[in-house]
Design a protein around this ligand. Structure first.
Ligand SMILES: NC(=O)C1=CN([C@@H]2O[C@H](COP(=O)(O)OP(=O)(O)OC[C@H]3O[C@@H](n4cnc5c(N)ncnc54)[C@H](O)[C@@H]3O)[C@@H](O)[C@H]2O)[C@@H](O)CC1
Ligand SMILES: Nc1ncnc2c1ncn2[C@@H]1O[C@H](COP(=O)(O)OP(=O)(O)O)[C@@H](O)[C@H]1O
Ligand SMILES: [K+]
Length: 465
């Protein structure tokens, strides 16, 4: 599992550890890891032209000490000092190692710029001279490696209200920060490399489950299992207006762990579902969970959906079905799967506002509607009403294709029917949905049906370990 902590949590853990270690040890650990990551990024360090952008704090200190190490390995390292006050010992180390102080004129010909402007002490935005330096690097296509966090982003929320660095790589220390996981800041980080500096940390603010975690959660059948004990999923999706949604959601459900799927809806749609998937039973009956809402269009029976939301069986609520959500009642067994536009409508704000503050609005909706919210997008945020937050980061942009959300709703329903909690069903569903998309795509176009078709293989890969 990858974990992200708040700035306050990181500062407390650092203070604890620093009290037990000789002064400067943590910064040396950070700088060593940073220098190694930069060397790997460069491929060849000897002769490489590296420009360090240095702000007033310890983030600049990390960059200066790492620059000193690179200079000792033959890099031509230049520091651009963006503040009258910089980490003095770090600057001395750089100079002693053969680095020098330069100016932004060095940026256009650099192989790499290191962003040591601000880290966890930074407020959003860049001051004019820092912004000009960053823009120069962008103009000349010089890649930027961010130290700890891309300067200018909001570290604890992942919001980017002001100009910020867009990094080709971020090297962070001790633990991930929230901005590494939550968009739009997560995208500004590029790949994130974590350097262990030995911090002892409390429970995380945000988690990102990895293959081993997903494998442990997946409901695998055993010798005693039968189709009912594996779980039966009821699908109330698709309509005469959108019959395809039912076929696609059914494919997603059958690609999950469920023992049986029942389809409940118009006869003509049921025919289409059974033609595509003869193993599906049409009509009402006992189920362990419901997936409701994808492609219901205008054929939406809100009172019926509310009855199902109030019943005992857990529910995945998607697309048009989300209109049935209200903020009265106990819905802790509900996993709601909006994209940003749908969440915006639920909360009566603009879509752009939700996109800009994804963590805030996912948490707010989970609390207000007492449901687990799975907010779809390039990165997916899953927030439960008790305050837990997970993110899924492994999706490919090729997944932004019509019907992909229907596959996810069916799959998550299947996982709920298999006995997972809404938080786990959302986490496992988002992970496997993205894994299947990666498998189906291998960097080319995909359809929703091809994603669903790749689910069994993605699951096999996962379970084999
Ligand atoms: N605390 C520790 O023990 C460790 C800290 N480390 C590094 O230290 C960093 C934190 O250092 P600091 O607490 O000195 O803080 P920063 O270096 O992140 O920021 C320093 C100062 O920059 C100024 N500032 C804030 N927002 C700004 C903006 N938008 N533009 C320009 N200046 C701005 C503020 O005066 C702030 O105090 C971490 O991100 C990490 O890189 C690492 O060396 C590991 C150990
Ligand atoms: N840029 C992107 N990169 C990766 N995944 C994406 C991106 N945009 C959307 N997705 C994923 O694609 C799916 C789209 O679902 P949704 O918006 O409901 O579409 P539809 O209603 O057409 O099925 C979601 O799982 C979402 O997380
Ligand atoms: K930085």
């Amino acid at each position: 599992m990858r974990r992200a902590h708040t700035v306050e949590q990181v500062r407390a853990a650092e203070a604890d550890l620093m009290a037990r270690l000789p002064e400067g040890t943590l910064m040396q650990r950070a700088a060593t890891g940073l220098a190694v990551a930069i060397s790997n990024f460069l491929g060849s360090t000897y002769g490489a032209r590296v420009v360090l952008l240095i702000g007033s704090g310890d983030n600049g200190g990390d960059a200066l000490y790492a620059g000193a190490r690179l200079a000792r390995r033959g890099a031509q390292v230049t520091a651009v000092l963006l503040s009258s006050k910089v980490h003095e010992l770090g600057l001395q180390a750089l100079k002693t190692s053969g680095g020098r102080v330069g100016s932004t004129d060095d940026i256009p010909t650099a192989d790499l710029v290191v962003d040591g402007i601000v880290g966890i002490g930074g407020r959003p935005g860049l001051r004019p001279d820092a912004l000009a330096a960053v823009q120069l690097a962008e103009q000349y296509d010089v890649p930027i490696v961010a130290v700890d966090t891309p300067s200018g982003v909001d570290v604890d929320t992942g919001e980017t209200p002001e100009p910020h660095v867009n990094a080709a790589l971020t090297v962070t220390f001790g633990t991930h920060k929230i901005c590494h996981f939550i968009d739009p800041a997560a995208t500004a980080c590029g790949p994130v490399h974590l350097v262990d500096i030995g911090l002892d940390l409390p429970p995380a603010a945000v988690e990102s489950l990895q293959a081993a975690d997903i494998r442990n959660l997946y409901p695998v059948p055993h010798g005693e299992s039968d189709k009912y004990s594996r779980g039966v999923l009821g699908l109330m999706v698709g309509s005469t207006q959108y019959p395809g949604a039912a076929v696609i959601a059914a494919s997603g459900a059958l690609g999950g762990p469920v023992g049986m799927v029942r389809y409940v809806g118009p006869d003509t749609v049921a025919e289409a579902v059974r033609a595509a998937h003869p193993e599906i039973v049409a009509g009402n009956g006992r189920v362990q969970a419901w997936a409701i809402g994808s492609g219901l269009g205008d054929e939406l029976d809100i009172p019926l959906i509310r009855e199902l939301l109030d019943a005992e069986e857990p529910v995945v609520l998607d697309a048009d079905g989300l209109k049935a959500l209200d903020d009265a009642g106990d819905h802790v067994d509900v996993l709601a799967t909006p994209h940003a536009g749908e969440l915006a409508r639920l909360l009566d704000v603009d879509r752009a506002t939700v996109e800009a503050e994804r963590l805030k609005y996912a948490r707010l909706a989970a609390e207000r509607f007492d449901v687990t919210i799975l907010l779809k997008g390039a990165t997916t945020v899953i927030a439960s009403p008790d305050g837990q937050v997970r993110v899924n980061l492994n999706a490919t942009p090729w997944l932004a294709t019509a019907g992909a959300g229907d596959v996810l709703a069916g799959l998550c329903g299947s996982l709920l029917a298999g006995g997972l909690s809404p938080l786990d069903a959302g986490s496992v569903g988002a992970y496997l949905h993205a894994a299947a998309a990666n498998l189906a795509s291998s960097s080319g176009p995909i359809t929703a049906m091809s994603v669903a078709a790749a689910l069994p293989e993605a699951t096999r890969y996962l379970l084999r370990g």
